[in-house]
Design a protein around this ligand. Sequence first.
Ligand SMILES: [Zn+2]
Length: 146
Amino acid sequence: MAHEESITTRGVEQQSVRRYVERFVEDGNLATRITTVLCAIDEGSRRDLMMDPRFRISVDLIVPGTGRQVWMSCPHPNGGGSRSVVLKQRLAVCGADFAHYVIAHELAHACLRNGGWGGIEDAEEAADALAAKWGFARPQDGTGNK
Ligand SMILES: [Zn+2]
């Protein structure tokens, strides 16, 4: 039946997205949350990111007392440079709505190559608008606290 087929196809797609995410992020709640967002965004954007070798996801591991260091090149509006997304480990444990919003916002920056979107020139507003279009609007309290 067509209905069951579409569910199966979606399951296969979700598994391949999950495997892709686990190339960057250890299996766990953060990988689940990133997979949820990547599966929810439009197919064109998802393929654009997943097919681009410059797109990377990394987890910002903060070791108390030693600080942190993340080196990356900045994405340019012309498409050059890196499209890396750096996510905090905290996104594995904070409220799901906030985590999904932050992940979607960062993926939106990568899709927009840190530029504007439509008539929105401000990169932050553009990333928020695209994240909201994907179904991940900024949560009301915006703190991520449960
Ligand atoms: Zn931003």
